[in-house]
Design a protein around this ligand. Structure first.
Ligand SMILES: Cc1ncc(C[n+]2csc(CCOP(=O)(O)OP(=O)(O)O)c2C)c(N)n1
Ligand SMILES: [Mg+2]
Length: 360
């Protein structure tokens, strides 16, 4: 039995609730990041909610998803707990990854969420790997990856789709085409108008759907799931969507104008699905207000939980990092555990004269 699907009125309400939860979570995360409460970077999913929720509505609870740097929406769509997510954004010990992942690295493998990822294009290889395991162990699951339009030009995305197609693996590749890779518009990144055309190169079905329509996304993924489970291999689904916020919070967005954003907002995925449910007699405006209030309370509770959660101990800095900690790392881990200097002894020594540990 699916967690929720769009076949029943109850499932449709759950889909709406998840989309509303994603938006409320990300609006709050954006505000708290602006207030300096959340470290690192945050990339918000506002505007793209129908893609994550439509996809997860078509999956079974033990199917896998592999996410992106813009992953909060995928987590909530898959049923993850906003409390543990917000704690992770805050870098707290009670977060999904004990505060070591942050916004871009939330994972909950038991829930089928293989991880958000700061490496653009890293989701498809994870999904292909999971699909190979499913196939090898003859399990009744599929693995779905999300990636952006920018990621489609990445070598590892090609490698992942090529292998999954060649080996008929039970994978589904969902491309969130939001029109930009950072500041670069689609036509400066790709020579095709519809990214789904690239599926021809792998001889797999490629379709473009309206990513602002949760039903259209769910139908496409449902068909792709059935095909994958029938042993016929992967499908490439391009969902055309839009992010209302900048690439990252703080992005000044000189590359697009306000009219463009407003045009997309006219097709808002939450508003249009809400209208549809009202027209079908499955929801009233008052019931929607109640749902919004319930969601707001959940997000408020998540924030209170994150604020109060303990910070991780430096002594645990190296825990859960490796299955078998390599000896050259173990000495840092030991230093961290004994709290001599938080494990930094020797780190960055050698030729790293600028002291940035190789970063830029
Ligand atoms: C391998 C790699 N290259 C570059 C980056 C820097 N980077 C972060 S997000 C991003 C754009 C990704 O665009 P897209 O795939 O369309 O996803 P979107 O941000 O639009 O959701 C880039 C280039 C990175 N994180 N990883
Ligand atoms: Mg993009």
């Amino acid at each position: 039995m699916a967690d929720f699907d769009l076949e029943s009125a109850e499932g449709r309400l759950e889909a709406l609730r998840r989309m509303v939860t994603i938006r409320a979570f990300d609006e709050e995360a954006g505000d708290r990041f602006a207030d300096g409460e959340i470290p690192g970077f945050v990339h918000l999913y506002i505007g793209e909610e129908a893609v994550g929720v439509g996809t997860c509505a078509a999956l079974e609870p033990d199917d896998y998803i592999a996410s992106t740097h813009r992953g909060h929406g995928h987590c909530i769509a898959k049923g993850l707990d906003p409390k543990l997510m917000m704690a992770e954004l805050y870098g707290k010990a009670d977060g999904y990854c004990n505060g070591k992942g942050g916004s871009m690295h939330i994972a909950d493998v038991d829930a089928g969420m293989l991880g958000a990822n700061g490496i653009v294009g890293a989701g498809p290889p994870l999904a292909t790997g999971a699909a190979l395991t499913i196939d090898y162990q003859d399990r009744d699951q599929v693995a779905v990856s999300f990636c952006g339009d920018g990621a489609v030009a990445q070598g590892q995305v090609h490698e992942a789709i090529n292998l999954a197609a060649t080996w008929d693996l039970p994978a589904v590749f969902v491309v969130e085409n939001n029109g930009y890779g950072e500041a670069t518009p689609l036509d400066k990144q790709h020579n095709v108008e519809n990214l789904s055309d690239t599926a021809q190169a792998y001889d797999i079905p490629g379709l473009t759907v309206d990513g602002m329509d949760v039903t259209a996304v769910a139908e496409a993924v449902s068909e792709a799931r059935a095909r994958a489970r029938a042993g016929d291999g992967p499908t490439f689904i391009e969902a055309k969507t839009y992010r209302y916020r900048g690439h990252y919070e703080g992005d000044e967005e000189p590359y697009r104008d306000a009219d463009e954003i407003e045009r997309w907002k006219d097709r808002d995925p939450i508003e249009s699905f809400k209208r549809r449910l009202i027209d079908r007699g499955e929801l009233t405006e008052d019931e929607f207000d109640d749902l919004q209030a319930e969601v707001d309370a959940i997000i408020e509770e998540a924030c209170a939980y994150a604020e109060e959660a303990p910070t991780p101990s430096p002594a645990e800095a190296y825990d859960d990092m490796f299955v078998d900690t390599p000896p050259e790392i173990e000495r840092f881990a030991e230093a961290a555990r004994t709290q001599t200097d938080g494990g930094r002894t020797g780190y960055g020594s050698g030729d790293d004269t600028d002291g940035d540990h190789g970063g830029d």
